[in-house]
Design a protein around this ligand. Sequence first.
Ligand SMILES: Nc1ncnc2c1ncn2[C@@H]1O[C@H](COP(=O)(O)OP(=O)(O)OP(=O)(O)O)[C@@H](O)[C@H]1O
Length: 816
Amino acid sequence: MGVKTKRPKTKTKRQLISEFRNKMNDFKVRFFFGLFLIAYSIFLLVAFVSFIFTGGADHSQFNINFFEFIFNSDINVQNRTGKLGAYFADLFINSGIGVAALTIVLVLMVLAFRLLKVTLLPLRKTLLHSFFIAVWTSIFLGYIFINAVNDHYILLGGQMGYFTSTWLISAIGNVGVVLFLFFTLITYLTFTFDGFIPLIKKPFMAKSDKTKTSQQKQTVLTNEVTPDTQVKEAQWESEVAIKEEVKVEKSLELEVEAPTAATAPTTLKDKGPIEMDATPNPDAMASEDDGEFIIEKNQEDDEGFEVKDNRPLGDYDPTLDLSSYQLPSIDLLEDHHMGNEPVTDEELNSNKDKIVNTLNDYKIEIKSIKATVGPTVTLYEIVPAPGVRISKIKNLEDDIALSLAALGIRIIAPMPGKGTIGIEVPNSEPEIVSMKTIISSKKFQTTKFELPIALGKTIANETFVIDLAKAPHMLVAGATGQGKSVGLNAIITSLLYKKHPSQIKFVLVDPKKVELNIYSKIERHFLAKLPDEEDEAIITDVAKVVTTLNSLTIEMDARYDLLKKAHARNVKEYNHKFVKRSLNPEKGHRFLPYIIVIIDEFADLIMTAGKEVEMPIARIAQLARAVGIHMIVATQRPSTNIITGVIKANFPTRVAFKVASMIDSRTILDSPGANQLIGRGDMLITQGSDLVRVQCAFVDTPEVEQINDFIGSQKGYPSAFLLPEYIGDTSSSEAGEVDMSNKDAFFEEAAQVVVANQSGSTSLIQRRFSIGYNRAGRIIDQLEVAGVVGPFEGSKARQVLIPDEVSLQHLLKGLQ
Ligand SMILES: Nc1ncnc2c1ncn2[C@@H]1O[C@H](COP(=O)(O)OP(=O)(O)OP(=O)(O)O)[C@@H](O)[C@H]1O
C-alpha cells in the first residue's frame, strides 16, 4: 500500500504553549521550580526587611559596578542576606518601586505554591492587584517624601515613585497629583470591592432608598392599570433582550466556525500533525497488509478558556435579594493532573497489531484503521475490506478482547451512521479529566443551556455538556465504587458554577446519610425543604422523603396553575414575564426557581416505601418538566424491581457507570456495554438514541467542601426555600369515620410522643416511627377520636388536649 504523507504543518503558537504546559505538568519540573521560587522569595523578603534597617550602613557601597561589588572581598555589608541580597534590595527598592517591592515577594510566593499545586491566592487576581498596589504606592510615597530624597538612604517610593511624581507635579501641579491619586484609589476600590460603593453610599442613601421602594411598588401597580406604560417598557426591554441575543448568537457562530477540538492526525513516528495512509516502514508497522492506520490525537482545544468575571448571567430581579452574591471562582477547583504520559505510539501500534493479527487469523481483511485517543480509552475504528460482513467481526468480540488482554474492551459494530467497526481499548495510563478543565472550557462557559451540566469528556476529547432542562430527568446507575457519587457531585458543581441562589434550588435525598451531607452548608442559599421542620434540609429519613415528594407534587400543581393564569407554556416563559413585571405578585405570582430533586440510592427507598415513593416520582417525572422541576435518581442496584417500567419510561436520560452484569446494563441503558466499562468515572450516556462514552469529570470531596464553604460564607436567605406543606388525604377525613376497634400498633406510643412534645403534628409521628404519611395521618385521626388531640386545623399542627403523661395513662386505661 502506498504512503500518503500530508504536508507537515509548522507548530502553531497554541501547540507550543500546550507543549510547554505539558512540560510544566511534569510534577518533578514543577516541584523544582516551585521550591526554587519559594527559596528566592524568602531570600528577597529577608533582604528587603533587612535593607530597611541596614541600608543606611551599606548605602555607600552600592556605587560601584555589580561584579566588583559582589566579588571584591574587601567590601562587606550588614544586610542579613549578604551582598547579593543587599544588591537586590537596593535595586528593587531604591532604584525600583520603593517599599512596594514587597508585592514582588507576594507574587513570587503565590506563583511558587501554584507550581506545587497549592493555591495560596488566585494567581491572576494577585498579579493584577499587586501591579496596581505597587505602582500606586510607589507614586504616592514618591510624592509624599519628594523632599526627603537627598536626606535619606532609602527611597520609600523608589526612583520610579520619585521621578513619576516629579513629572506629574510639573505636568498637573500639586492639586492635580492629589486628585489623580485620590481618583485612581477610589476607582480601584470600586472595582475591587463590591461592597465599597454601598458603603460610601450608605449614609446618603438611607433616606432615598425608602422613596425608591415605594416607587418600585407603584411601578408594579401602574403596570396593571396603565397599559401604555407597560407597552413602552416591554418594547424597551425586548430591544435590550434582542440585542443581548444577537451578541450571544455571534459568539455561537464563532464557536461553530472554529472547531472545538482541533483534530491532528499524526504519523506513527512523527508526533507532528501529519496524516498518513498506510506505511511500509517496518519499524512502525507489523505487516504491510495491515491497511491504512491513522492516529487521531484530538487536542484539548476547548480548555483554558479565559473565565470571565464569574457573575450570574442576565439581569434577573430576584438576584437583587442577594445582590452581592458571587459565583464560586474557578480557583476553588484542582487540576488533578497525574503527569501521566499521553498514550504512546508504541502502545497504539501494539494494540493495532494485535487487532489486525486477530482479524488476519480469521481471514478478515481490513482496509484501514483509525485510532482516536481519548482520556481513558482509545477508539480503533476499522474499515473492513470490501465484501467482509460486519457480523463476522462482531462474532470475534471475545477473541479480540482476549488477544488484547485488557478489561473494558467494547466493540461497536457497526458504529452508528458510519458503517465502520469501533473497538474501544482502555489506555494503559488513563488521564483524569478534572472538573476544573471542564468548567473552564469554552463550551461550558459560553453555553446557552438553561441548566448546563458538564459531565466530562468524550472519547474525542470534547467537553460533554447536557441541558438538564431538556433532559428532563436523569437516571444514574453504577455498581459501588465506580464513580457515581463523584458524578453526582460533578452535576451539582456544574449548576453551582452557573446559577444564582434565586434561580435554582436542590431537594437532596440521601438515605445513606453521608454522601450529600457536604451540601448542608448551602442550605440557606440553594436547598429546599418542608416547612415546620427544624432539622436539616438534606433528607435522610424515608418517611420524610414520601412527604417531600408529595409536597413537590403540590408545588408542581400550584406552578401549573400559575403558568395557566400567566398564559405561559413553561417556567422559562413564566419567569421572563415575571421579571419584566407583567405578572402581579399581589395576584399570587412569584419568581419560580428551578427545583432539582437529587435522590442518591433510590434502591433503599423503593425497598422500604415501594409504591409510596414510586407513584409521586412517576407523577413528577411525567409532568414537572414544564414547571421547572427536574429529577436525578441514582442507584447502585439497577435491577428491574428497583428501576420499574413506570420509572424507566419517565427518565429518558440515562447515565451508566460500570455495572456488575449485562442484565444490569440492559436495565439501565436498554443495551449491553455498561458491564464492559473500566470504572473510575468511565460511563455511557444515552438520551434516547445513541450511546456516548464519556469520562466523567473528577471533583474531589475537598473541592466540593471548598465550594460549599465559599457559598456558605456569603449572605444567604433567612432559611432554606420552603416547599408547600403536604396534608395527607386522611388528615382531612371526618374523625367520626375512624375505626377505633382496629387501633394502629403505634397508637399508644404515638399518643405518648404527642403528649410529651405537646405537638399534634403528623410529620412528628412520621419521623419518630419512620412511617409513611398516610399511616401517620390515620394514627392522628385515631388520637383525635380518643380525645388526645383536637380537630384538623389546616396547615397548623393539631392542638394537644392532654396536658401530661399521668392524664394520658388515665385516658388510655379508659379506652381498653
Ligand atoms: N471521574 C473520575 N475520575 C477518576 N477517578 C474517579 C472518578 N470517579 C470516581 N473515581 C475514583 O473512584 C472512587 C470511587 O468513586 P465514588 O465514590 O464516586 O463511587 P460510588 O460509585 O459513588 O461508590 P458508592 O456507591 O460506594 O458510594 C473515587 O474515590 C475515585 O478515586
